[in-house]
Design a protein. Structure first.
Ligand code: F6P
Length: 323
């Protein structure tokens, strides 16, 4: 391997820069040229990238976002777009490709691997934590800390006014953020896509389950089957007319900010590991962690199914809220 290209794609996640830094430094350590492609697959189609040097990754470990930029490329779904991307990789004499992102990012790499036979490695980077084959994805821990900071603040005002708050967090297909934040933030309840939401039961629990509390916080994953936080508030309101209900959508602040220690370490380990696996002649793998052990699985398996949170956490939450 003489030249390894890398890109970030899909929703950015805090810690992506730490992964980029680890890939670049590991490549340079082995006298491999790291080549950064800008704005994900869109930049690949448009032929935008450059050789990366040590100084390009100086002081980036603490930065949120991605210094390479990201995109969700519709053009890459078309074979004409991919032909241009492949021509670019050939022109630049790229021997291997590392992609950092979620499901869609891995799907793109799998297609390239099949159509061009280029060795590829995938690093899970998404705040949603919904990638099969790893316990944790880069960005999840930082996003959770951001959510918890917000939930703690909402608790202050909710308690002052005896209010019920529906706090919407990201996670269109998975309830990891909502569930973990519910546990860590001491929320009264959580609504996630993995569990059917029962509005009547929810209203009943708010009225009778949390009696005497100064505030109630319900974490809502954006992908919940009953809709967004505001929709759910609207459905509960007629059943709880005397309650003071509010909602808050945390939105994209969850994606930004300086990565946590956990994310910096995870990203550094995975970035280094992806390069080492490529150097061993392996390809088509998604790297990850199982406990503290580095693992890998076929990328095609990683995209076949979504990871789901451990529902024992839901039971735990219920136990903690039972009077
Ligand atoms: O995939 C990560 C994610 O943050 C999801 O949780 C969210 O639904 C989505 O990206 C938002 O995407 P965009 O920034 O493109 O609107």
């Amino acid at each position: 391997m003489k030249k390894i290209a890398l890109l970030t794609s899909g929703g950015d996640a805090p810690g992506m820069n730490a992964a980029i830094r680890a890939i670049v430094k590991t490549c340079l350590h082995h006298k491999i040229t790291p080549y950064g492609i800008y704005d994900g697959y869109q930049g690949m189609i448009e032929g935008r990238g450059k050789d990366l040097k040590y100084r390009d990754v100086d002081n980036v470990i603490q930065l949120g976002g991605t210094i390479l930029g990201s995109a969700r490329s519709a053009a890459f779904m078309e074979s004409s777009g991919r032909e241009r991307a492949i021509a670019f990789l050939k022109r630049e004499e790229i021997d291997g490709l590392i992609v950092i992102g979620g499901d869609g990012t891995f799907t793109g790499a799998t297609v390239l691997n099949q159509e061009m036979k280029i060795p590829v490695m995938g690093i899970p980077g998404t705040i949603d934590n919904d990638i099969y084959g790893t316990d944790f994805t880069i960005g999840f821990d930082t996003a959770l800390n951001t959510v918890i900071d917000a939930v703690d603040k909402i608790r202050d005002t909710a308690s002052s006014h005896h209010r019920v708050f529906f706090v919407e967090v990201m996670g269109r297909d998975a309830g990891f953020i909502a569930l973990y934040a519910a546990i860590a933030g001491g929320a009264e309840s959580v609504l996630i896509p993995e569990e059917k939401t029962d509005i009547k039961n929810l209203a009943h629990t708010i009225r009778h389950g949390y009696k005497g509390r100064r505030s109630t916080i319900i974490l809502v994953a954006e992908g919940d089957d009953e809709g967004h936080a505001l929709d759910i508030l609207g459905k509960v309101k007629p059943l709880l007319p005397e309650y003071d209900l509010r909602h808050s959508v945390l939105g994209h602040i969850q994606r930004g900010g300086s990565p946590s220690v956990q994310d910096r370490i995870l990203a550094t380990r995975l970035g280094n590991y992806a390069v080492e696996l490529l150097r061993q002649g392996l390809s088509g793998l998604a790297v990850g962690v199982n406990g503290t052990t580095l693992v890998s699985c076929p990328m095609v398996d990683a995209i076949k199914e979504n990871a789901s949170p451990n529902l024992a956490y839901l039971e735990l939450l219920q136990v903690l809220q039972t009077k």
